[in-house]
Design a protein around this ligand. Structure first.
Ligand code: ZN
Length: 220
């Protein structure tokens, strides 16, 4: 299955992506991990991305797209993948379609996690992420680690990302509305969008998402 996961910041995308990828036996490909991997391995794309980041500029879509393409061509992704954080705008979605078309492949579903804005704000400040793996995500209230500040999965240190601070949430929501939300309409036109509520317990949301994906778009 080839799936794109979309949803506003605070929808629990990283957590859901990790569970869904495990349930579906496909790799979870997050943009954040792609950037970190390419930069730490000092690939050409990593060096290029870093040059933009060091200068305080946004990494151009072409660089992100090339990194995603590299990752999707690795052997563990032959039976599918779950994309998290990519595409993040219509131009990236169009590039992804072209990329897949060239390989005679297509997306199976676009899972849209819905959550009210006030809930987003509540959720974000409590989020904690593992320094070793951004797929290890916790929340001080909703999914507390057994020991404060320590990852249950690998023992790594948990931290709050700078852009998870309350003051930047509104700004991130605005960027999501203007940049990323239009891809939902783009994919709706292809009949790919499955919308589920991201409210409730993590495992319940995963269950709803799995049921909707198995229903092959019936949840739309
Ligand atoms: Zn960890």
């Amino acid at each position: 299955m080839r799936i794109v996961l979309v949803g506003p910041p605070g929808a629990g995308k990283g957590t859901q992506a990790a569970f869904l990828a495990k349930n579906l036996s496909i790799p979870h490909i997050s943009t954040g991990d792609l950037f970190r991997a390419n930069i730490s391995k000092q690939t050409e794309l990593g060096k290029l991305a870093k040059s933009y980041m060091d200068a305080g500029n946004l990494v151009p879509d072409e660089v992100t797209i090339a990194m995603a393409k590299d990752r999707m061509e690795q052997s563990d992704a032959v039976n599918g993948f779950l994309l998290d954080g990519f595409p993040r705008n219509v131009s990236q979605a169009e590039a992804l379609d072209e990329m897949l078309k060239a390989e005679s492949m297509k997306l199976d579903a676009v899972l849209d996690l819905e959550v009210p804005e006030d809930e987003v704000v509540k959720r974000i400040a409590g989020r904690r992420i593992c320094r070793n793996d951004s797929a290890h995500v916790f929340h001080v209230t909703y999914q507390a680690p057994k020991a404060e500040g320590v990852c249950d999965t690998c023992g790594g240190e948990l931290y709050q990302r700078d852009d998870d601070s309350e003051e930047t949430v509104r700004k991130r929501l605005e960027v999501y509305h203007t940049q990323t939300e239009p891809i939902i309409d783009y994919y709706k036109a292809q009949g790919l969008v499955v919308t589920i509520s991201a409210l409730g317990k993590v495992e319940d949301v995963t269950g709803k998402a799995m049921a909707a994906l198995k229903g092959d778009g019936e949840g739309e």
